[in-house]
Design a protein around this ligand. Sequence first.
Ligand code: NAP
Length: 320
Amino acid sequence: MTKPTAIIAGITGQDGAYLSKLLLDNGYQVVGLLRSYINNALRGLRYLKIDDKVILEECDLLDITQLINVIKKYQPTEIYNLSAQSSVSISFKQPIGTVQYNTLSVLNILEAIRLTDTKLKFYQASSSEMYGMVNDLPITENSIMHPLSPYAVSKAAAHWLCINYRESYDLFICCGILFNHESYLRSDNFFIKKIIREAIQIKQGKQEILRVGNIDISRDFGFAPRYVEAMFLMMQHSVPDDYLVCSGQSISLRAIINHVFDQLHIDKNKIVEDPTLFRPTDIEDIYGSNVKANEVLNWSYDHHFFEILDLLIEEEMQNS
Ligand code: NAP
């Protein structure tokens, strides 16, 4: 029997690596789309020892002809779009590039599916950042969106394009609305990875202080290898729908830093709060409800984030 084929756009990112592993373990042929082989692109796949198991194709998601060709070549059953300029901070510095790429890439995939194979299932990586300014917590799938950054606006636009294509053309499209999820494979510029890496540098005497922005904000953090399971499950369900994927509780950034410093026995006077690093607008506190994913997909999550932090500190220490 031939294997089902899944295409993953954004294969070089954190989620691309973990989702590839999960799909390979479930008997899929995985085709990863990447913008170029230059740079450290395959770091995640190599780390999970699957770089020789994934077929790689250079493909610019802004070029619909390339997308159509790749769909015709591999005839996948599923496409997962994890590709995006994914940093909120960068989106304030590069708003035009962020909004252009994060929306047009998704519209191109949707059009490519509509024009080639309307049976093809599509997963879009939506984000909890879309909700932004919230009054009622926890967030649910029905909460009102009020995005607070160019990144969040771009994700909300892509999200609504997906819903519009599902409703207009009866396509199988799922949006996973993921809250922050971390792993060793997270890029260095994201908060958790940055805190752990820099704390280890301080411990090793290679750095003096940890400079941070506003740490009196709270977020709902989870573990990436567990979150990609929810992506896969929603694509296997009989009805396409959108799901929040989250831990269900928030933790302040200050509590996270304190935990990392305590675990590494570092003096907390080395934490320097710098107002110049504050964002123009920021969400104060946000956490979601994972009841729908639990009840419909049977996806459950019961890790406390400190447990995940301890794992990440250990993994970073082993590899630094
Ligand atoms: P990531 O590690 O930042 O990976 C992003 C991927 O998108 C990489 O493969 C990257 O390719 C590609 N990409 C970025 N900008 C691009 C551009 N301008 N042109 C072409 N490719 C570009 O993200 P992740 O953490 O795996 O997250 C996966 C998806 O989930 C993203 O869409 C993100 O916005 C969304 N999301 C993530 C979280 C989270 O906490 N991780 C939460 C909610 C939603 P290069 O390697 O070539 O740069």
